[in-house]
Design a protein around this ligand. Structure first.
Ligand SMILES: [Zn+2]
Length: 118
């Protein structure tokens, strides 16, 4: 593999941020692409940080969803067949923690978006 095409257009060799290829952000970004996101998109650092936050929010949201499902299936309403109280309480607590974490990530996303739009 050649490290670089030696055709003299080095001024064009700085690739631009490719954030517009995601559904996340509308419009183009004029910053240079510096970070490879998931090995596919080349994005600028602030957009890379935003994408990472969005991913984390998705992951936490997913686990909250799974815990909600579990709680619904194993909740005390099912009577004697339900999971024991202590374990149930622990899952409930974990779920609440995850929701709190999600709120925090959402705040970070909001301020990251705000910083990007300025
Ligand atoms: Zn960007």
């Amino acid at each position: 593999m050649r490290p670089e095409e030696a055709d003299g257009n080095s001024s064009l060799s700085q690739p631009r941020c490719e954030i517009e290829k995601t559904p996340l952000v509308e419009g183009e970004c004029q910053r240079p692409g510096e970070v490879r996101y998931k090995g596919i998109l080349l994005v600028c650092r602030p957009h890379a940080a935003l994408l990472e936050l969005e991913d984390r929010a998705q992951a936490v949201l997913g686990s909250v969803f799974r815990m909600d499902e579990w709680l619904e299936e194993n909740g005390s309403r099912n009577g004697d067949a339900s999971a024991d109280e202590e374990f149930l309480g622990r899952v409930q607590h974990e779920r609440d923690e995850a929701v709190g974490a999600l709120r925090l990530i959402r705040e970070q996303i909001r301020s990251a978006r705000k910083a990007l739009s300025q």
